[in-house]
Ligand binder design. Structure first.
Ligand code: FRU
Length: 451
């Protein structure tokens, strides 16, 4: 499937990464972004207790309550974390009129809490970015007992998908490694989309125990463990192939009561070959030590020369003495290892409303013109509004299976539009269902060229 233009593309990529100071402009390459200089690593920025102490739900940072009647995109499967197929430059792919998204899915025969151990990545396709039809599974023989979140990049000149995902071992261990499945392509017709081709699967990242805590190191700390959710992007200035992921920094904490046990970070990896099968771990660029255990599904939006880094986190993973909602949090910097400032002072970008604190989760921010479009899935409704005598999140698992299923959405939530203004954000509107819109153009623009 690799044609001649692919070879040209590969050599361009090699040139970009080896030209050093000459830079793309010096070579008059027609491709715009790569300077050829390698990125510089640096110290991780800190999400501090002081920042987190100022978390406050306001109209600008709170989602509207989800109307219960939204459509489900699958009758057979719960769906949760979802990501679009994007081109190498980060823009959402539209191939012969079709868009594709990938979701974690599990059979609706299961109670919602059992889905994590059975997660399978499936794809859905759409002509308009919000009416989705079900495709099949993304992989034939993926790595891991099951697969957790990731990201997918379609290289047009090679006509192949690079699918980054988390290869996870069975519960209760849930050991996580970062994996790549490559080789698949797409066959489109007027009626739909089919994934074709054999895929090769490789592990591209494992916790090293130094920059990133291993499962064994985390055991005494007794909270959830993370080494997952690889998010691919091309460095907007150097052209290097990078992944950010959710990790933990090794710390001394020895119990869930010890704030040191809360050590979430955003990990960084860089590809060391053009095939993207070999990667090196770089230091984390954001840490939440003594603040929060999980900085989930990290991802970037580049806007007006700024790097907006978004993560998700749960109420239950805040360190003792702190509290924050299940929400999308965000930070902004001038570069990959720059000084990240928490958005809105505290980091809070988009929380569930107080009357429905678990209505949605796993928000994904995508560029949309000068704004940001945020997608998520419907989580648990009708929980924890104690003013209405509702049951708590901890109690759901003890309900009869049918009642658990009734409370769970397991489908795309209505998307929201967010305005970015430097370090401030504001929710401005709600769309009627789960949207992924290509009109945002490339997820580039760290030089101010917001496209
Ligand atoms: C967020 C998340 C991801 C993980 C998946 C597991 O919703 O925790 O970090 O990949 O769910 O189901």
């Amino acid at each position: 499937m690799v044609d001649k233009s692919a070879n040209i593309e590969l050599s361009r990529r090699s040139i970009l990464k080896t030209t050093g100071a000459i830079g793309a402009a010096g070579l008059a390459l027609p491709f715009g972004t790569g300077s050829g200089a390698a990125l510089e690593t640096g110290e991780a920025s800190q999400w501090t207790r002081e920042h987190a102490n100022s978390i406050e739900l306001t109209d600008d940072t709170t989602a509207p309550v989800i109307n219960e009647n939204s459509d489900v995109i699958s009758d057979d499967y719960w769906i949760w974390d979802t990501w679009p197929l994007r081109y190498r430059d980060g823009s959402i792919a539209k191939i012969n009129g079709w868009q594709v998204v990938f979701s974690l899915t599990a059979s609706k025969d299961l109670v919602p809490g059992a889905r994590h151990n059975e997660a399978t990545i499936r794809y859905f396709y759409s002509r308009n970015g919000h009416d989705w039809q079900e495709g099949g599974t993304a992989f034939e023989n993926p790595l891991g007992h099951h697969q957790w979140a990731g990201s997918a990049m379609y290289d047009q000149s090679e006509d192949q998908i690079y699918h980054f995902y988390t290869a996870t071992s069975p519960e209760p261990e849930f050991r996580q490694r970062l994996a790549l499945g490559k080789g698949a392509s797409l066959r489109t017709s007027p009626h739909g989309v089919e994934l074709t081709g054999d895929q090769e699967h490789v592990i591209i990242g494992e916790a090293d125990g130094d920059l990133y805590q291993t499962l064994e190191q985390s055991r005494e700390q007794g909270i959830v463990y993370a080494f997952r959710d690889p998010w691919y992007f091309e460095h907007p200035e150097t052209g290097e192939d990078l992944v950010v992921f959710e990790g933990n920094t090794p710390t001394e904490g020895d119990s869930p009561d010890d704030p040191q046990s809360y050590n979430g970070n955003v990990g960084v990896m860089r590809a060391t070959n053009d095939e993207l099968t070999e990667w090196e771990l770089l230091p984390p660029n954001l840490e939440a030590i003594e603040v929060n255990q999980q900085l989930e599904r990290p991802h970037y939006v580049f806007n007006n020369g700024k790097w907006y880094l978004f993560v998700l986190s749960h109420k239950f993973t805040f360190a003792p003495g702190l509290s924050g909602p299940d929400a999308l949090y965000g930070f902004v910097s001038d570069s990959l290892y720059g000084e990240y400032e928490p958005l809105n002072g505290s980091g809070l970008v988009l929380a569930n409303p107080e009357s429905a604190p678990f209505q949605a989760y796993s928000w994904l921010a995508m560029p949309h013109g000068n704004d940001v479009l945020i997608e998520s899935f419907e989580n648990f409704r009708g929980l924890d509004d104690t003013s209405r005598g509702e049951i708590g999140l901890d109690e759901v698992g003890h309900l009869p299976p049918e009642e658990q299923k009734e409370l769970f959405g397991g489908t795309l939530a209505p998307s929201l539009k967010l305005q970015l203004e430097g370090t401030e954000t504001r929710v401005v509107s709600e769309l009627n269902d789960g949207h992924f819109l290509p009109s945002g153009g490339s997820n580039k623009g760290a030089n101010g060229n917001n496209r």
